[in-house]
Design a protein around this ligand. Structure first.
Ligand code: G3P
Length: 260
């Protein structure tokens, strides 16, 4: 099955940053633990200073690594990911912030390893490309990520999304057969349908606060898929699916969310 066929099914649940309620977000453990509990996995990616694509949500390393405990990195505050070489990122621990008392370490996850894992297990993945416009040119970012997707041969298992819509235009140019989605928070762009058509995206991913029945209907009738983040309440999931929302992004991969 291709991602496009999956998206046509009803009531889909995406594991937001992997199974992040039971494992450290965006690690291989979080991906492993989401198997069988979701329809696809969502991860966030960004580039190291030497342009290795790594899996991480925040722009800085403070929250989800042990960087603050390492004296030799103190001069690199506020610990922006794009200021660190891949080799330096590999020295950090991505697990003990989550497990706290168990001193359970987790290694860095690269996009390359995540894509191998998706392929090995016949899964589907939404790659959210973080806004790196402060550190890299748009074209460099997309060309680097596109190369990895092509090399892994997983074009039909991937959906790319971003809040930085400039990236999405380049994504369709470089990877015309890969699905893409515009991510939005707070406010819809003006002339929404025309805007989405101009980006050549397949889907619109919105914050739950932006959901409105008329808008979902209009988007669906025009052929756009609609995804909503972040939904952890089964009743809300039910209402969204009844409204025509295609998929939700959830932290709690609870069977009760599969209401359709
Ligand atoms: O991609 C859906 C959702 O993950 C967007 O929000 O803040 O988790 O990147 P955020």
């Amino acid at each position: 099955m291709k991602f496009l066929e999956l998206m046509k099914k009803k009531g889909l649940v995406a594991a937001h940053r992997g199974a992040r309620s039971i494992a450290p977000e965006n690690t291989l453990s979080a991906l492993k633990k989401s198997i069988g509990k979701c329809d696809f996995i969502e991860i966030d990616v960004q580039l190291s200073r030497d342009r290795t694509v790594i899996v991480m949500h925040d722009n800085t390393l403070q929250r989800t690594t042990n960087i603050a405990e390492i004296d030799s990195f103190r001069d690199k505050k506020p610990y922006r990911v794009c200021d660190f070489m891949f080799e330096e990122l590999c020295m950090l621990d991505y697990g003990s912030w989550f497990y706290k008392y168990k001193n359970h370490k987790e290694p860095l996850l690269t996009l390359k390893r995540a894509l191998e894992f998706i392929k090995e297990n016949s899964l589907f993945i939404n790659i959210e490309i973080k806004d790196m416009s402060n550190c890299f040119e748009d074209r460099i970012v997309i060309e680097t990520i596109a190369k990895e997707i092509e090399e892994a041969g997983v074009q039909e298992r991937v959906l790319i999304s971003s809040f930085r819509h400039e990236y999405l235009i380049i994504v369709k140019e470089k990877l015309p057969n890969v699905l893409s989605a515009a991510l939005v928070e707070g406010r819809d762009p003006d002339n929404l349908l025309e805007y989405l058509k101009s980006l050549k995206v397949d889907a619109y991913h919105i914050d739950n606060a932006l959901v409105d029945k008329t808008k979902v209907k209009m988007l669906r009738e025009t052929g756009f898929f609609v995804g909503v983040y972040t939904v952890n309440n089964p009743q809300l999931a039910k209402e969204l699916f009844e409204m025509g929302v295609n998929y939700i992004f959830s932290d709690c991969l609870n069977k009760k969310l599969k209401v359709i």
